[in-house]
Every structure is written in structure tokens, then in C-alpha cells.
Design a protein around this ligand. Sequence first.
Ligand code: SF4
Length: 331
Amino acid sequence: MPERLLEIEDLRVEFKTRDGIAKVIDNLNISLQTGETLGIVGESGCGKSMTALSIMGLVPIPPGRIAGGRILLDGEDLLQASEPRMREVRGNEISMIFQEPMTSLNPVYSIGDQIAETARLHEGLSRADAMARALEMLRAVGIPAAERRINEYPHQMSGGMRQRVMIAMALACKPRVLIADEPTTALDVTVQAQIFDLLNDLKEKTGTAIIMITHDMGAIAEMAQRVVVMYAGHIIEQADVGQILTDPRHPYTQGLIRCVPHLTQTPSVERPPLLEIPGVVPALSQLGSGCSFAPRCQYADAKCRAEMPPSTAIDSGHDVACWLTEREAAA
Ligand code: SF4
């Protein structure tokens, strides 16, 4: 029976802006089980990266503020943890990889030194043991000729190899949770596929749970077992990946899926047109009382503009926040 490893309960994060208080995360509830991959999907500004920063204890305060909620790692509330305790958590228990590895790797140290330093800091290994761990991790992430390349510097490697190094560094302390924030956006398609295979393979071997943050439904289809769709700081739909891809109910989720060409390309079926979602994510300091997607939604009516739809279970494990579910039930 998989155990609940990480639980986010009623999380609220606000930022003070010149235009007022922006609710960047509003009543977020997520749970992550040991060994699963949870996808968090949405456009820029939906709150998915802020969710990751909240878990890591890296929300810039001020101008940010945790306005409420709990983030429980094995029952320990990380929002109440001291900064020294959070330094232990980051790396030892939860690691993160980012979109652009060059911004996270130090250009003046060899990749072996950087991975070894992580292991020394977090596990107190000797220099020799830490270098042995670095070599082991470089092999695990499929760096060819790892014995030689351990002495190379980041600029001597391709983008795909640097991302593998980032993954090696993130996994060097054998974390229980890996947060991957758009880990393949800067890479070409074949390298993306290799990184997905690598993450899936490492998850199988180590049991590390993964939170995959992306705007790309194609990446979700490759990686996730469960999917949370975020819009303007809220979860608007969540379900197993199969339900989300074959039976998306929220108009925003449907729009995200229509933006992905290969998910609809079955040779025998006439291809629906590739569509974009009109408009942009609203300013979070200007949200009214209604559904935040209403200005972009072809189904919006007066009730949508006046009242925020509650999250409703429409099937086992499939929740949607949209007044269409009520309209369909009444039809
Ligand atoms: Fe569209 Fe209304 Fe559903 Fe919002 S609640 S997504 S406006 S139909």
C-alpha cells in the first residue's frame, strides 16, 4: 500500500504588489505518494513554480507571505520548520532540478567537485567517498566515459549532458522527493525523451517520488501517473493521467490538450485543428469573485462571472472546479 509522503493542505501564498495583494496560491490541496510521479501543469503565472518554492521553503519573504496552510513531509509541517532544519530537508529529503542547468551549475568547479560537494555537505562523506558517490551518480544518469568527464566543467558539456549532471546532483543524497521544474523545456525533442526515460528509470530503481512541473501536456503524458491542473493559483482539475488525457472536463484542461499536436495524431482519425487558448492568465491582484478562467472561456455565463465554482468530484479521484458539471447534471 503506497504511503502518503507529502501532503499540502489549504496552502495560501500571497505577494504584495503595487496593484494590491496577489493571491498566487489559493487553498491548494495536493498529496504525493511514495514512488509516484505527480504532474503539475499550467501556463506561466498559474502558481506551479510557486508551489515548488513553497515546498522548498524558498518563497521570498517579503514581498511574499505564507498566508495559511500546512506542508507535511511524513507528518512534519515544513512551514513551521527552522531554517537550519529546512537546509537539511533541501537536498537530503527534497531536491529540485530547474529548466536551465547553466544557472544552477557553478562554471568554475568541475562537475565531479560539485556533485561531491552536495554529498559532503548533506551526508558528511569524506572527500574520497564523496567523489566515489559523484562517479556512481554520473554513471547512473548515463554520462558516457564518466571517469574522464567527472573532471570536466559545465561549459564543456551539451545542454542534455548538463541536465543529466543536474539530475545526478539532485539525486546524490538519495532524496525521497525530486521536484523537476520544466526540466526539459530548453532541450531538443530527442534529448527530452532521453531525460524522461532517465527520470522514469531512476524512479523505478530508487523509489524517489517526482513532482513534475510543466506547461506541456506531452511531458505529462510521458511521465505522470496523476495530474493537477492549475490556473490563477487554483487547482481547477485533478485526476489520473489517463482520465485527464481522454476525458478532460475543464475547458482550460481541454485547451491545454488541444495545444499538443501528437496527442491527437491518429492516422485513421481526422485530425482536429491545433488550437491555442485565447487571452492570457489574469493579473492575480485583480481577480474578481467569479471563475478566473471566465474571460477566456467560450462557455462562460453570468453565474461563472459572479461565483467561483467549487471543486466537485465527478468520478473516483477526478475533481473539477467548473460550473459546467452542474449544468451537465441538470440537463
Ligand atoms: Fe468556463 Fe464557467 Fe467553467 Fe469557468 S466555471 S471554466 S467560465 S464554464
